[in-house]
Design a protein around this ligand. Structure first.
Ligand code: GLN
Length: 372
């Protein structure tokens, strides 16, 4: 049915995880932790199952809307709970842009290398995807504001900003975000700020785009990324004031509501995480693993671009083909070209996930050394 757009093709993440499982490879490809979620989350879930078992309102369980609102310093009325950030992004695509009957399709802009769901979701709602490349230099990956300005047209309906940025680990500066906010005001388009890695930063705390343009920014967040439980599928959207019912109105036709017991457990866990210093521990533990992987890769001769956030890093490793590496070398990574959909990718670049145990990272480095 979707052969032409290749929408139904297996995603690069599923493919690499499948090959890794088949070949017994260490999986530094798909970004999910190989260590368990915090005990306080699991205990909250055990209590919720058998207690909170029926539908929640489509807009979300009141306790979770309140917990998210408290964390992000917004009103609970602005919060919509979704089945993970993936469904949050789809609900926003359906709400904000589309085929524009009688005219040209709306245009959605996102930065490349681009996280894999943005383009398919744009196509699925009948809009046009416009990619704007980030600049790669010795200083790392940075926003090219001139390229962004050139990409804006009268049909531009929305821009997806992702900070901390998957796949490069960049965190946009306040000045970069301010330039984006100014451009959005000047040309009157919506901003979708994918902030699922908001608590995973290794330098300064990321600025939230919402604080610079609250009237036009939809912020997306994820319990899976914050609490090391990517299979839970609980995410959220913070909308500009007054817009939540409309977004929830669209989300109700896709999933009706997110799993109610997991919403209840996340509501409790967010409160514990906020007051217990959990996120500091999370950052420390990921920073340690990032440094282990980066140092090991540099020892192998790779050029490593140090991330300021997320649990991914990009590296140039000449002569390493990701397909051969997973089948013959026993290590799964993601070739960066998988994130380039409208322009050529910089050569020989890989994305490696470090949300894995130190033992796995060490084993992956040993195997890489043997493979090179
Ligand atoms: N966010 C994860 C990654 O970037 C995977 C998401 C997915 O497979 N849907 O690897």
């Amino acid at each position: 049915l979707h052969a032409r757009t290749r929408l139904s093709a297996e995603s690069i993440f599923s493919r690499m995880s499948r090959l890794a499982a088949q070949r017994g490879a260490v999986n530094l490809g798909q970004g999910f932790p190989s260590t368990p979620p915090p005990a306080f989350l699991l205990e909250a879930a055990r209590r919720a199952v058998g207690t909170v078992d029926q539908y929640s309102p489509p807009i979300g369980l009141p306790a979770l809307r309140e917990a998210v609102a408290q964390d992000l310093e917004v009103q609970p009325e602005q919060v919509v709970i979704t089945c993970g950030a993936t469904e949050a992004m789809f609900a926003l695509a359906q709400t904000l842009y589309g085929p524009n009957p009688g005219g040209q399709p709306d245009e959605l802009i996102a930065f490349e290398p681009v996280f894999d769901i943005y383009l398919p979701q744009t196509v699925m709602v009948g809009a046009t995807f416009v990619g704007v490349p980030l600049n790669l230099s010795a200083e790392g990956w940075r926003l090219d504001i001139d390229a962004l300005c050139r990409a804006v047209t009268p049909r531009t309906k929305a821009l997806i900003v992702n900070s901390p940025f998957n796949p490069t680990g960049s965190v946009f500066t306040r000045a970069e975000l301010q330039a984006i906010a100014d451009l959005a005001r000047e040309h009157d388009f919506w901003l979708i700020s994918d902030e699922v890695y908001d608590e995973l930063y290794y330098d300064v705390r990321p600025v939230s785009l919402r604080t610079l343009a609250p009237e036009r920014t939809f912020t997306v967040g994820s319990a899976g990324k914050r609490l090391d439980a990517t299979g839970w599928r609980v995410g959220w959207i913070v909308t500009p004031e007054g817009a939540a019912p409309e977004v929830a109105g669209l989300h109700q036709w896709t999933t009706f509501c997110a799993p109610a017991p997991l919403q209840a457990a996340v509501a409790e866990a967010l409160g514990i995480a906020r007051t217990s210093g959990f996120y500091d521990g999370l950052r420390r533990s990921y920073l340690k693993r990032m440094q282990l992987l980066a140092a090991g890769l540099r020892d192998l001769g790779a050029e490593v671009f140090t991330p300021q956030g997320t649990y991914f890093l990009t590296a140039r490793l000449p002569g390493v083909d990701a397909e051969r590496l997973v089948t013959e070398g026993g290590v799964a990574v993601i070739p960066l070209e998988a994130f380039y959909r409208t322009q050529p990718a910089p050569p020989e670049m890989l994305r490696l996930a470090f949300c894995k145990s130190e033992a796995e990272i060490e084993e992956a480095l040993r195997r890489l050394k043997g493979f090179l």
